[in-house]
Design a protein around this ligand. Structure first.
Ligand code: CTP
Length: 409
């Protein structure tokens, strides 16, 4: 299927770093050109040791950009990055990932990555030890946090007789990831919609000093807000406690407790087309003390009486008239396996009565505070879409795809 960016063919930069998997990038190049993309290949000097410029140029049908100083009058290090619709780096070596993380621009490819304003896909390939090294893990986490799509390497035979995690992902999967992004952008399928998103974790006061809170960082809600804004929506973010800043361009309403959040959401929902409850809301709150609870000399502890808070999501569903607003809930579950996760999600969807429920497994550090997540989106219509582990921005786009398909018919 051809992909085009409006009236013109999509422009792809294919960066190739210096690893043995460079030969597989020829297949990635083929897949992209056969899908109707104009591809400019930018190999690093090391990559040219594996596959020469003549091969890249013959397969792409275009000159190969290898050097910042070549055609300097056309300023290729700026132009290529600015004009690309998507950049794919395959293979992305440990060295390339490190340079990209730290903004080092010592060759044409890393210059292009710094000037890019388009989506970037990095397809790593390296030895298992390098992939597992804390430096690489940290680099990958940072790149993902910044919104780059870093694919997971495949398991299998490596350069020599050894095998393990670190093989370049299948070329077809790399091409599919690029085409997916090209088909999606630019999109304004949420234009004109008023969307309210709750985010972060509520804090329930016990006394003037202490509160009960939770681990929510607000990252998923913030990414939902950012991506909805990019797709044309008017966004109000109802922010409980968050570790991250709200994106520029959204209206922000700050709240602290579940009761504050309930009041804010009820008021905003009445004027919204879509409501997303991404906040982690306390289910119980202490009966607050007006003065600080003091310890005495006996060494005895205290017993905290907790009362139930309202279920805001269920309240929003009960309060709506007709089909508006469209309501999306989240489900934070700890499950033994995927089947149990799904069963818990389905029963929560039935209990809450919302239109979509985004189910995630919050065991260990997999979700709270993490830049990534993996979810299953359950629809009241019986639909079920799994989004594999990826940056929360990608998860957000998947959620908006599901919302747009239903709200826009
Ligand atoms: N939620 C809410 N009000 C609450 C608790 C949760 O609106 N008092 C919303 C959350 O924002 C989320 C959904 O309900 O969209 C599910 O939250 P979750 O914590 O997964 O489930 P609970 O409803 O708290 O149920 P349980 O603790 O039994 O799993």
């Amino acid at each position: 299927m051809d992909v085009d960016a409006g009236e013109r063919r999509s422009r792809v930069v294919l960066g190739v770093a210096g690893g043995i998997a460079a030969y597989k990038a020829c297949e990635v190049l083929r897949g992209l050109t056969e899908s109707g993309c104009d591809v400019t290949v930018v190999p690093t000097a090391a990559a040219l040791n594996f596959v020469g410029a003549a091969t890249w140029s013959a397969l792409s049908g275009r000159p190969v950009a290898t050097d910042v100083w070549q055609d300097a009058h056309r300023v290729p290090h700026v132009r290529l990055g600015q004009e690309a619709d998507v950049i794919v780096v395959a293979p992305a070596t440990a060295d390339l990932l490190a340079r990209a993380t730290h903004g080092i621009a010592d060759d044409l490819l890393t210059n292009v990555l710094l000037t890019a304003r388009c989506p970037v896909i990095l397809a790593p390939a390296m030895h298992t030890e390098m992939w597992e090294h804390p430096a690489t893990r940290r680099n990958v986490a940072l790149l993902r946090e910044r919104g780059m799509l870093v694919l997971d390497p495949a398991d299998g035979r490596l350069t020599g007789t050894d095998s393990g995690k670190g093989r370049l992902p299948q070329p077809a999967a790399i091409v599919a990831a690029a085409l997916d992004i090209l088909r999606r952008q630019p999109t304004d399928d949420l234009r004109g919609l008023r969307i309210a998103i709750s985010s972060g974790g509520t804090r329930e006061a016990w006394d003037p000093v202490r509160f009960i809170g939770n681990h929510s960082s607000g990252r998923q809600g913030v990414e939902l807000a950012r991506t909805a804004l990019a797709r044309g929506a008017h966004v109000t973010l109802v922010a409980a406690h968050m570790d991250v800043d709200p994106p520029a361009g959204v209206d922000v309403v700050r709240v602290t407790s579940a009761a504050d959040l309930e009041r804010a959401m009820m008021a905003i929902a009445a004027q919204s087309d879509v409501v997303v409850m991404a906040a982690a809301v306390a289910d119980f709150r202490p009966v607050p003390e007006s003065t600080k609870v003091k310890k005495d000399d006996s060494g005895s502890g205290v017993t905290l009486d907790l009362e139930r808070t309202s279920d805001i999501l269920a309240g929003l569903v009960a309060a709506r008239t007709g089909a508006a607003p469209f309501i999306v809930g989240f489900a934070a579950e700890t499950a033994a396996d995927a089947a149990e996760l799904l069963a818990l999600g389905k029963s929560k969807l039935a209990r809450k009565g919302c239109d979509l429920l985004v189910v995630n497994d919050v065991a260990a550090d997999a979700v709270f505070g993490s830049p990534e997540n993996a979810v299953v989106i359950l629809g009241a219509d019986g639909s079920q879409v799994a989004l594999p582990r990826q940056a929360k921005a990608g998860i957000s786009d998947g959620i908006w795809d599901a919302v747009a398909a239903r709200v826009r018919g």
